[in-house]
Design a protein around this ligand. Structure first.
Ligand SMILES: [Zn+2]
Length: 466
């Protein structure tokens, strides 16, 4: 790929601000950015294809820093239910009717959806992540920070989960590092699911290996009451205190959620450089909680946003997540100045790259970095008008007015994945139709189990609401 986007409102996110260049241009050669600057300084003759970026914002591709893509065939299946019902009585009875192919198809649907809304890097957390990488991420040409889910729970029936050490699961995670040793689209990450779901032996081994390899550990941390109870019973202390004892509260850790941590613990995590990921739509939907993103930022910590999964969240759309965390934070703080548009934008660009340890390659636009770019069409009704004097109103509009589908060009690793709103080489309608058919089968197969589980969703159905 050899192209340039010219005459565009360019946001580089280099430096402390958004790095706005009002009449900017970017040049791409192979997988890299070869020019980032003012439009009048680019030599157009160096590029084979020129895209006119007027009436557009050009910015780094967005980063979804915590995502489970393989559940999207169950979109809309577990919402408006009590937290304790969500997994076992709402989602579970339907999810148990999915097979491997359904998970793969879900993943395709999720990634297509994310791409269309400008996401170019996904921090995937999945069982058999190698298969998603091989069959979806690489063929789709999308950047992935992939963690294999290591879950060693063998029995959940009793008060305390029964854990059994599994060399196989860790070995499967480890193979990612061998299979993707060359820096390309895939960044392997360790994925112990949560402190209550892995043995200490495995966790200590992961800690040792991640240090040796200088790789990150992605983990659900302090994600609420159920985990808190398990950890208190097992170790007599909180998740963060136990992780600190294991010397894991440090900068290799990517900690998803964190809403169960005390203020002191959040402070410790921020000070030690732990990488926090908040999933605003998902956590507000499932737990009725505002992720502590603003707290982490205030404490000087690093933070990013994730879409988590669609059965709760509803969508893999980082524009929505940026808007949601901004609005939730304003309500939570009872302060309309909380988490303004520019901070939300940073969370899913520069912030996302720092949290995932990818700041040398993506997250900002700079010559020599990987070419992960999106353009946003400002000619849409909901983006009109766009003015530059005396200030750039399109910056708040990017958060408060977008749906995400104003994104019309998506370039990942120097390759055009979406051009003028359409996929270049992915057959969107074919995959969508297949998803529709398979989901219909899953939902109908699950009918009896679902009714028997008798969640609030069943009540809503009986009352004719859904
Ligand atoms: Zn998760």
């Amino acid at each position: 790929m050899n192209l340039a986007i010219i005459n565009t409102r360019l946001m580089t996110f280099e430096g402390d601000s958004l790095g706005l260049i009002k009449n900017g241009a970017v040049g791409v050669e192979d997988d890299k950015l070869t020019f980032v600057g003012k439009s009048r300084n680019i030599d157009e003759e160096d590029y084979e294809e020129i895209i006119d970026g007027s009436d557009h914002v050009t910015m780094p591709g967005l980063i979804d820093a915590h995502v489970h893509t393989s559940l999207s065939l169950l979109r809309g299946s577990a919402q408006d239910v009590p937290e304790k019902e969500w997994m076992n009585r709402a989602l579970g009875p339907i999810a148990q009717n999915m097979d491997e192919e359904d998970h793969l198809l879900s993943s395709k649907l999720s990634i297509m959806e994310g791409l269309k809304a400008g996401t170019t890097t996904f921090a995937e957390f999945a069982r058999d992540v190698d298969r998603l990488i091989k069959d979806v991420y690489i063929p789709f040409g999308v950047r992935v920070a992939g963690a294999e889910t290591i879950n060693e729970v063998v029995d959940k029936e009793g008060e305390l989960y029964v854990l059994e050490r599994s060399e196989d699961k860790l070995a499967k995670n480890e193979r990612l590092f061998e299979d993707h040793a060359e820096k390309g689209l895939v960044e392997p990450i360790y994925g112990p699911q949560a402190l209550d779901m892995v043995t200490l032996e495995t966790l200590e081994e992961i800690k040792r290996r991640s240090e040796e390899k200088k790789r990150r550990v992605h983990m659900h941390v302090a994600q609420g009451g159920r985990e808190e109870e398990q950890i208190k019973r097992r170790y007599g202390k909180s998740t963060v205190k136990k992780l600190d004892e294991l010397d894991m509260i440090q900068e290799d850790l990517i900690a998803a959620h964190c809403h169960g941590a005390s203020h002191e613990e959040k402070k410790l995590m921020a000070e030690r450089g732990v990488n926090m990921v908040g999933c605003p739509s998902s956590i507000s939907m499932i737990d009725g909680i505002v992720p502590p993103v603003k707290t982490f930022l205030e404490l000087g910590g690093k933070a990013a946003l994730g879409s988590d999964q669609t059965p709760g969240n509803g969508a893999h759309n980082i524009f929505r997540e940026m808007r949601t965390i901004s609005l939730l934070s304003k309500c939570h703080e009872k302060d309309p100045t909380a988490l303004p548009a520019w901070e939300a934008l940073k969370l899913s660009t520069k912030g996302g790259s720092e949290v995932l340890g990818l700041e040398d390659s993506v997250g900002t636009l700079k010559e020599g970095k990987k070419a992960d770019l999106i353009t946003v069409d400002l000619k849409k009704l909901n983006m009109t008008p766009s003015v530059d004097v005396p200030f750039s109103n399109f910056i708040p509009n990017l958060i408060y007015s977008t749906t995400g589908y104003e994104v019309d060009n998506v370039i990942v690793n120097g390759e055009e994945v979406i051009r003028d709103n359409g996929f270049v080489s992915i057959d969107e309608e074919k995959i969508r139709k297949k998803a529709e058919k398979r989901a219909e089968k899953i939902f109908s197969r699950a009918e009896v189990d679902w009714l028997e589980a008798d969640s609030e969703m069943v009540k809503y159905q009986r009352e004719g609401h859904i």
